[in-house]
Design a protein around this ligand. Sequence first.
Ligand SMILES: Nc1ncnc2c1ncn2[C@@H]1O[C@H](COP(=O)(O)OP(=O)(O)OP(=O)(O)O)[C@@H](O)[C@H]1O
Length: 340
Amino acid sequence: MSDVNRDNTANGSIQVRGLSRTFHTTVRRPGFTGALQSLVKPERVAKEAVADVSFDVAPGELLALLGPNGAGKSTTIKMLTGILTPTSGEARVAGVVPYEERELNARNIGAVFGQRTQLWWDLPVRESFAILRDIYGVPEHEHRVRLGEFDELLDLSAFWDTRVRHLSLGQRVRCDLAAALLHDPPVVFLDEPTIGMDVVVKEQVRGFLKHQVEERGRTVLLTTHDMTEVERLAERVVLINHGRLVLDGTLDEIRRKFGSTWQVRATLADPHAPVEPLPGIVVLRREGPQVVFGPDGATAPTVHQALKQVIERYEVTDVAVDEADLEDVMRAAYVQAGAA
Ligand SMILES: Nc1ncnc2c1ncn2[C@@H]1O[C@H](COP(=O)(O)OP(=O)(O)OP(=O)(O)O)[C@@H](O)[C@H]1O
């Protein structure tokens, strides 16, 4: 291993450069003759699951990695957790090349794959936690303090004497999240962590993740199909489709580019006050004291900036906003990116 892999200044950062992964699979031809042919002369096909993807995640940032089914999100995460080796390109996680130094990488990361568990199926949760404590060499005092914190945020103690196989999905994923963070890793990978959960548990998990980013400074790379989750947790998103990166930007930038369909409805204190367009904002309608402002093409500000401009410029007695929801915005982004 080269010294550059142990770059301490990179603590918590993720760097992905030209990352690619091709899978080779054997095609099974239909019917009996086809099966015989496949045995004698197997037909191999190549699938480019991830192709030349580059992005960065800063320490303490939560980035949502989005894309339709089969886009290459899980394959990307598997390379960053060291489970898969790329066909070409390079990645560094907290300064470590994950697929070259799997053990060192495992100390720096926590990972939760919503559909699988890393806990011991036949053991009570508490014993799984104790095994992880021993594997990572976490001092008993630290272990207890961290479990206490996780219990406070995730309500684990009600079921941590239960065998993992008897937990409900929501209970199991909460335990998996705690297990992934027990060794205090700076970087966390979450592949659809809230899939299949009810809204209450989803909110609890999101609150926990927010706390881990904002209070503990962890770097999180999250995949999800749930736009409420993106809205609630992420400031920046990367969109991939057919293995290729098609978009990398903040939610504000993406909204501006694909979803400038907001309206700001203001009631003016003076019903006869003259109104005029503001930078990037046009007047859509006026009826007495009621004025409706809308975005002016490519120069339009975000709805939050527009609201600020309107309030600063006019004396208003009431103001309301209608905003395109993120689901609509991302649909527009997918369509323009050829992803839908
Ligand atoms: N081990 C494998 N062997 C062959 N092909 C694979 C393998 N793993 C993934 N693929 C293919 O690579 C592509 C990307 O899959 P991946 O699981 O990364 O997508 P995803 O974006 O995570 O999808 P989803 O949102 O459905 O979970 C898919 O076409 C998938 O069939």
